[in-house]
Write a protein that binds this ligand. Structure first.
Ligand code: PEP
Ligand code: MG
Length: 587
């Protein structure tokens, strides 16, 4: 048995036979042509590029119909890149000057660009390299007279294992046959990860090398909730996972019955459970899982697969779609652009290479340097506020001054709208994320400036412990249970209470059952999480009382190591709701 840990990108557990994809892709040997045939070869290349671009446009249409236009756009971008004049010139030069065959020239150029991106050691660029390989494969298949073999032609259920899946391959997975997939490469922000979650196929990426250790037909377990791949599980693990999967399945069906019940503790304290979304369409997932609204709309995904920034009307359209879908289930907390580091960069404005992108010109820092971009979004948020309970939230704030600058821009945009006679909510609630330790330390001062705090534990953990949230090698350090993180959170909650402003947690911690008692006991009455996690958290809240939760929090905050905190919280969860441990026990 081998256990590998990676990045969970789409939830669910699957057990089944492995199907290992060829890891070598299409290998093209060096081949040269007769110098007299150069013109013919160039024409052959051009025809192939046209055909590949047409296929990409077809894919854009098909995927737009199947999953939505924002996913289709990825292939629209492929179509544009295939006929990019610079790229075409480079390939043609290899045919004319070196007399390379078209296949070899394409392979050389695309590989060189992809490798350059990969060598930058930046997950953002590495994700784009996968798109280049995808494009290379489609051009080569046209040149070689082949069609891409689709994984949709499978006739038995499998779990797909591969070095990497391109966005094209992922988008074409047959949900009825492919029960899950796991890949060696890939990150949270890759197009492949986003496709997986849209398709609702359990998936784990970024597992590191494992493909050579598996043979087709071997039994594997993919745990898309926890980011675990188990190869050839021993009998005991298999039984445990089967048992847990079945029990958890029953538990999930029971949870459905909770959808319309409030998240209320046994002693009558109401907790607001909100959803985190990336795409407008996900607002309906929030309703299906009984969310009270949207606590975090990550708007950077509006930039996915585009060459130009979204317009004000495109922003507005997305926000109004969410509001319409939510109906009375509001608020809708819109976070301004959080681009950079682990997030997408706008196509037109890829940042210059930074040695430490997580500490670089990202998020609100980028917006404050690009006021046109920032103001466009703020105008749209304000305009949307005329139609519902919209709230604005600034990410990655690290100083009081930075927050004041954001508020100043907001005030300027309000004035512009007043001059134009455009209506908006004059009392638009303003919030800041607390996800940088400096902001947590300055919470008292920040609390005077805003209407609410949202604690972004995903980043707060990484910056507090200096442990990259995407780096498996330091995953053991990266823990929400760490006393340093908990103490920072405690002071932020206290500052919010003292100044009478709202506070919630919107990092992954809020959807993890082992932390529910602790968060409740620390005084939180609003949590925002991936929508499918809401029912389980609601069940836990309905099983406990506030004094009980307070006692757990007090005890947990006395402990000195993350390990002690985690095992104490597990014990407490087992005590109040043993069924929930079915899942938590596998962590
Ligand atoms: C966070 O950092 O906790 C958060 C919610 O933001 P994101 O995961 O989008 O960085
Ligand atoms: Mg964050």
């Amino acid at each position: 048995m081998e256990i590998k840990r990676g990045i969970p990108v789409s939830p669910g557990v699957a057990i089944g036979p492995a199907m290992v994809l060829d890891t070598e892709g299409v290998r093209i040997p060096q081949r040269c042509i007769d110098p007299h045939d150069v013109e013919r070869e160039v024409q052959r290349l051009r025809a192939a590029l046209r055909e590949a671009a047409l296929q990409a446009s077809d894919n854009q249409r098909i995927i737009s119909e199947k999953l939505g236009v924002q996913y289709g756009r990825i292939f629209g971008a492929h179509a544009t890149l295939i006929e990019d004049p610079v790229l075409v010139r480079e390939i043609e030069a290899l045919i004319r000057d070196n007399h390379y065959a078209a296949e070899y020239a394409v392979s050389r150029v695309m590989n060189r660009h992809a490798k350059e991106l990969q060598s930058l050691q930046n997950p953002l660029f590495a994700a784009r390299a996968t798109d280049l390989f995808d494009i290379e494969k489609s051009i080569l298949h046209v040149l070689l007279g082949q069609r891409r073999q689709c994984l949709q032609e499978l006739d038995t259920p499998v779990i797909v294992l591969a070095h990497d899946l391109t966005p094209y391959e992922t988008a074409h997975l047959d949900r009825a046959r492919v029960h899950a997939f796991a890949t060696e490469a890939g990150g949270r922000a890759s197009h492949t990860a986003i496709m997986a979650s849209a398709l609702d196929i359990p998936a784990v990426v970024g597992l590191g090398e494992f493909v050579t250790d598996v043979s087709g037909g071997d039994t594997v377990i993919v745990d898309g909730n926890r980011g675990v791949l188990i190869i050839n599980p021993d009998e005991e693990t298999l039984q445990r996972y089967e048992h847990v999967r079945n029990r958890f399945r029953d538990f999930i069906s029971q949870l459905k019955e909770l959808r319309d019940l409030p998240a209320e503790t046994r002693d009558g304290h109401r907790v607001q459970l909100l959803g985190n979304i990336e795409f407008p369409q996900e607002a309906s997932h929030c309703l299906e899982h009984g969310a009270d609204g949207v606590g975090l709309y990550r708007t950077e995904f509006l930039y996915l697969g585009r060459q130009t920034d979204p317009t004000e009307d495109e922003h507005l359209d997305a926000y109004l779609t969410v509001l319409r879908t939510l109906g009375p289930k509001q608020p809708l907390v819109i976070r301004t652009l959080d681009l950079g580091a682990d997030k997408f960069a706008p196509g037109a404005e890829t940042p210059t290479v930074e040695h430490n992108p997580f500490l670089g010109l990202r998020s609100v820092r980028l917006c404050l340097r690009n006021l046109a971009l920032f103001k466009t979004q703020i105008r749209a948020i304000l305009r949307a506020s005329a139609f519902g309970d919209v709230r604005i939230m600034f990410p990655m704030i690290s100083t009081v001054l930075e927050l004041r600058q954001c508020k100043m821009i907001l005030a300027e945009v309000k004035e512009d709208l007043d001059d134009e006679g455009v209506s908006y909510n004059r009392q638009l609630p303003v919030g800041t994320m607390i996800e940088v330790p400096s902001a947590a330390v300055m919470a008292e001062e920040l609390a005077r400036e805003v209407d609410f705090f949202s604690i972004g534990t995903n980043d707060l953990i990484q910056y507090t412990l200096a442990a990259d949230r995407t780096n498996e090698a330091v995953a053991a350090l990266y823990s929400a249970s760490d006393p340093a993180v908990l103490r920072l959170m405690r002071s932020v909650i206290e500052a919010a209470r003292k100044h009478g402003i709202g506070v919630n947690v919107c990092g992954e911690m809020s959807g993890d059952p082992i932390y529910t008692l602790l968060l409740l006991g620390m005084g939180l009455r609003q949590l925002s999480m991936t929508p499918h996690l809401i029912p389980e958290i609601k069940k836990i809240i309905r099983s406990v009382s506030v004094p009980e939760a307070r006692q757990v929090a007090e005890e947990a905050l006395r402990l000195e190591t993350a390990r002690d905190v985690t095992s104490y919280l597990r014990e407490q969860l087992r005590r109040v709701l043993p069924e929930a441990m079915g899942d938590a026990a596998l962590r």
